[in-house]
Design a protein around this ligand. Structure first.
Ligand SMILES: [Zn+2]
Length: 471
């Protein structure tokens, strides 16, 4: 779907094309400085994104057809179909669905928790939701005393003092972390492994403080794990405000009990798919610059930031490159992965197929940090690789997205590491991401159109330059 370009865009584009690239996929330029033609091209891509960007409109479509698109759900199937049709409509090449068998966990209709049997508080409902993968409680629920802890180690130390009780993990995200992803990484062990550690000591259920940077009434779900040799106990997230309340209530009345009822369950695996489309390289089609994001989302909110924004970043980056008539020297391939949130099956399936594809995946760039203002990129690998990517920082400086720093790429592209693929991530402002992440608050009204379009432009610029210059 080629859009008509405004005359000024077309003019600057022609100028750019006259000087950008010599048709051999190589551009001569002084050491450590991008050729000036790349500056003009970057500016043109940004102009095009701001004047005619389609990322936000595509996000509106995605959250409409596939809200709460957890792996295995009908909404996830609708999102796959939407992504496939959208890639076709954008005129991408080699558009196809790569089959993936995915887990199918469903939340069920019953999610209830309350403080009960407290002389002081009476019955007080608590705002909770099941963690992804949790087993159900018995139909009549679980009613038990509560032990508050702040770490997995504390549960081990308490030993059988948690036996027969509900373990309540209440360590908040560290607010002094400059990047909220570090705060999340520093707290998420409670959600992932809390049930295993508690069950080992005989606990009957766990409540985990939501992995949120805001104090509000909304619980945040997310993946949790069991181990084969440890009993499976139900696990739920509690809103940050109710975590604070429960903590105070326990100090006032240590004998209080909590009643928990969940009827979530795991159904048989479901056939689903990664969705793939590309712009074939004009000089080195067998060398791939991969742009990745995940199509699935938790069954809370709309998955607008996580990772609807990443999906439309990828689609729009490809559209922008095509709309300007650019001919990448290497193949730029978009992969919208299935099942990042609770299994990573799509990521593994793609990496397995890449191994024998005859293609060389030079670099993969993931967008899975939300649709906020772009700040730059993370790069994994050697100092030399980092330095080579940092050469392009100036192309992003007019929009302030020029921080190119060491860091991981993202979960979806991580299995490509073993093929030697350089891992990169699109970095956006992280301050609000965990206010919304995995909760009913992750809705499209939290996504700013201009910020989203600039993220897509950043991805387009980096993808195009890498396609021309390689790593
Ligand atoms: Zn995500």
């Amino acid at each position: 779907m080629m859009r008509r370009l405004k005359p000024f865009l077309m003019f600057s584009l022609m100028l750019s094309l006259l000087v950008a690239g010599n048709g051999q996929g190589q551009v001569n330029h002084p050491a450590n400085q991008p050729d000036s033609s790349y500056y003009r091209l970057a500016s043109t891509l940004i102009d095009s994104a701001l004047a005619h960007g389609r990322a936000y409109a595509m996000l509106q479509e995605l959250v409409r057809v596939g809200t709460a698109r957890l792996s295995g759900s009908p909404q996830a199937a609708a999102a796959v179909e939407w992504a496939y049709q959208t890639m076709k409509a954008l005129g991408l090449e080699n558009v196809h669905r790569q089959p993936v068998l995915v887990p199918h966990w469903v939340r069920g209709e019953v999610e209830y928790a309350a403080i009960v049997n407290s002389g002081r508080f009476g019955t007080v409902p608590l705002s909770i939701c099941a963690l992804g993968g949790s087993v159900a409680t018995p139909e009549t629920g679980i009613t038990a005393p509560v032990v508050e802890v702040h770490s997995l180690e504390e549960v081990e130390k308490l030993g059988d003092r948690v036996k027969g009780k509900i373990v309540f993990y209440n360590r908040p995200l560290d607010p002094t972390q400059r990047v909220t992803f570090r705060a999340y990484a520093g707290a998420v062990d409670q959600r992932t492994y809390g049930a295993v550690y508690a069950a080992r000591q005989g606990a009957v259920a766990v409540l985990v403080r939501s992995m949120s940077t805001s104090l509000d009434d909304v619980p945040h779900t997310g993946a949790m794990r069991y181990k084969p040799d440890v009993p499976k106990i139900p696990a739920a997230a509690i809103s940050t405000l109710d975590a604070e309340f429960l903590s105070r209530a326990l100090k006032a009345d240590p004998e209080l009990q909590v009643r928990l009822q969940l009827n979530c369950r795991t159904l048989p695996d479901v056939r689903s798919a990664n969705v793939i489309g590309e712009i074939r390289g004009s000089q080195h089609p067998e060398e791939v610059i991969l742009l990745g994001a995940h199509l699935d989302a938790w069954d809370k909110g709309q998955g607008a930031h996580d990772d609807g924004s990443g999906c439309v970043h990828v689609l729009e980056a490809l559209r922008l490159i095509r709309a300007l008539g650019l001919k990448p020297a290497r193949t730029i391939r978009g992969v919208l992965y299935m099942n990042e949130e609770n299994g990573l099956r799509g990521a593994r399936a793609y990496a397995d197929s890449a191994r024998n594809s005859g293609l060389t995946h030079l670099v993969a760039i993931e967008s899975d940090r939300g649709g906020f203002t772009p700040r730059g990129f993370t790069v994994g690998g050697t100092d030399d690789v980092l330095a080579r990517i940092q050469r392009w920082a100036g192309l992003f400086s007019e929009i302030g997205a020029d921080r190119i720093v060491r860091g991981g790429g993202g979960a979806d592209i991580s299995p490509l590491k073993k093929l030697g693929t350089v891992q990169m991530g699109l970095v956006v402002d992280s301050n609000r991401y965990f206010d919304y992440h995995h909760s009913d608050n992750d809705t499209i009204d939290k996504v700013n159109q201009r910020e989203l379009e600039l993220g897509a432009a950043s991805l387009a610029i980096m993808a195009y330059v890498l396609s021309m210059e390689g790593i």
